[in-house]
Write a protein of this length. Structure first.
Length: 305
């Protein structure tokens, strides 16, 4: 897969852009955009092309567009969110080549974009994203120097994060609660019932489980990966939360990797579930039916015994 970046709905083949270089080789990003295979821009800032002819050095193009959900540094996570379900289904262990998105005609600083890409890639690949190779390609020696300096800085920082993560991973959890904070009351209802049935259950619930002063991102990520099951509480707020969608995608990646159930979705209130996650089975408790929520909690507790 080849990643290209663009302004929203702007595929002008300028002389300094990857879109322009593709145009010179006979690949029109505008034509591909007019006939997308999948449009994920409202959810993940990206769209995916249909397969290209085998004469090209890449099979598909994934275009990430700023302006739908934020600026290039803000939507780097969206790139990997869009890649995740594709790599789980159509293209496992694929190789991906990409420029420093937003650092060309859009004018964002090389170091800032490099850091954003690396931090996100390390997080997703480290947690099981089936990405065989990620190639970051730059044109000039000056850009390469800046990108390389940032790479070495991030590598050193990541080594320290790994040390902290190894300490966190010594404590496993039976259950990780993935919920939006606006749905706290429902989450507490589920937890109360599970703890009533299994009082010794080890449950990661961010309000109780995050030590003061800890690295929040590292602690949540490692705790998620070291939990037997992940309860996802579906609501409109859940599916509009970037953090909740990341937790769900990470759990889905691990579920696919190990071949056994990790996710236990509980559908609380009707919501627009991202298309690529709609085939995951859930317990239907709409619209906030407390009796059904209690029943789902009991079923979840039984799965954990």
């Amino acid at each position: 897969m080849l990643v290209v970046s663009a302004f929203a709905n702007d595929y002008l083949p300028t002389v300094s852009s990857l879109i322009g270089s593709l145009h010179d080789t006979g690949v029109s990003v505008q034509d591909l955009a007019d006939d997308k295979e999948m449009d994920l821009r409202e959810q993940f800032s990206c769209w995916l092309s249909h397969p290209l002819p085998h004469s090209n050095a890449f099979r598909r193009i994934l275009c990430i567009e700023s302006g739908w959900r934020g600026t290039p540094p803000e939507i780097t996570d969206d790139l990997f969110r869009a890649l995740s379900p594709y790599l789980l289904t159509t293209g496992p262990n694929a190789s991906v080549a990409m420029p420093l998105i937003g650092a060309g005609d859009q004018g964002w600083p090389v170091a800032q974009i490099m850091e954003s890409i690396l931090k996100t890639a390390v997080s997703w690949i480290g947690r099981g994203l089936q990405l065989r190779i990620l190639k970051i390609v730059v044109r000039s020696e000056q850009t390469a120097k800046s990108a390389s300096d940032k790479f070495h800085e991030i590598r050193q920082r990541f080594a320290s994060d790994q040390l902290e993560g190894s300490n966190i991973s010594k404590r496993g959890f039976d259950l990780f609660m993935s919920y939006c904070h606006k749905d706290l009351e429902t989450a507490q209802t589920v937890l109360t019932e599970i703890r009533r049935i299994c009082p010794t259950m080890q449950i990661f619930f961010d309000r109780d489980s995050l030590p003061p002063g800890c690295s929040w991102l590292s602690h949540v990520a490692v705790s998620l990966d070291n939990s037997k099951r992940v309860a996802a509480l579906y609501t409109p707020d859940y599916w509009s939360s970037a953090s909740c969608k990341d937790e769900f995608a990470a759990a889905m990646t691990r579920q696919n990797d190990i071949g056994s159930a990790v996710l236990f979705p509980i559908y609380i209130h009707s919501a627009k579930i991202p298309y690529l996650f709609r085939n995951v089975e859930y317990v239907d408790c709409r619209e906030g039916d407390k009796h059904k929520i209690i029943g789902a909690s009991r079923s979840l507790a039984q799965c954990l015994v």
